[in-house]
Design a protein around this ligand. Structure first.
Ligand code: NI
Ligand code: MN
Length: 238
């Protein structure tokens, strides 16, 4: 593990990740809680969540966005169309801010940037699918702390090299489960493009279709200096 300089990262199963900075800013990404089979049993989110970041409109990423926003009062950020839909579903308008690819926002000691992702982002709303804008990932740069990258759901794409050039992430949270996102082989190439020395695998093992594993990713990365983190949902990395 690299030195997180006082920050803490807790993977909560699937793509749900909680980050706490040394200064106490709390960030939750892609809350999939109630129906997430890998959400750690009995785990309680902190009372105060400062930022809720949403990568795209699929239900395994936003299912609990409205209840979390109502209960924990975070400022909510994501693609502009997705945020528009979520405010129509109960996220308070004064707490929600739409962004778009390439844009950054600073909140306390955290600067985050919406990055490209190769995926889709239609929102299931009753019997309709609503346009949710483009899917995204987030680079999260903490003042006097590490630069983190949550890729959202994506396949590998060569413009991940632009993310490396611009942001130099130290830890990359990459989906590796395959089927709906890249699997371990493409995940290894993504790690090369991103240039992060540490990968925290996400979006794997949740459902039977997600067959990619951290062990398989590690195998694909053998001979490189990239470290793959093995952790259980609910364990905090410091
Ligand atoms: Ni998705
Ligand atoms: Mn997903």
């Amino acid at each position: 593990m690299p030195n997180l300089q006082g920050a803490a990262i807790t993977w909560l199963g699937h793509a749900t990740v909680l980050i706490q900075t040394a200064k106490g800013t709390t960030i939750l990404i892609d809350p999939f809680i109630e129906h997430n089979p890998k959400f750690p049993k009995g785990y309680k989110l902190p009372d105060k969540i400062d930022l809720l970041l949403l990568t795209h409109g699929h239900m395994d990423h936003i299912a609990d966005a409205v209840p979390v926003a109502k209960k924990h009062g975070p400022a909510v950020f994501g693609m502009v169309e997705l945020i528009g839909w979520l405010t129509s579903k109960g996220i308070p308008q004064d707490k929600a801010t739409g962004m778009n690819i390439g844009g950054s926002h600073k909140h306390n000691d955290v600067t985050f940037t919406l990055t490209e992702a190769r995926h889709s982002s239609g929102i299931s709303d009753g019997d309709k699918t609503v346009y949710g804008g483009e899917p995204a990932g987030f680079v999260i740069a903490i003042d006097n702390g590490p630069v983190l990258y949550h890729a959202g759901d994506t396949g590998v794409f060569s413009d991940m090299q632009i993310i490396r050039e611009l942001h130099h992430p130290t830890i990359a949270m990459l989906p590796i489960g395959d089927h709906y996102t890249m699997g371990p082989k493409a995940g290894a190439l993504a790690a090369m493009f991103i240039g992060a020395k540490t990968v925290l695998p996400i979006h794997w093992g949740t459902f039977p279709a997600l067959t990619g594993t951290p062990d398989a990713l590690e195998k694909e990365l053998s001979g490189t200096n990239v470290e793959v983190i093995h952790t259980d949902p609910g364990q905090t990395l410091r």
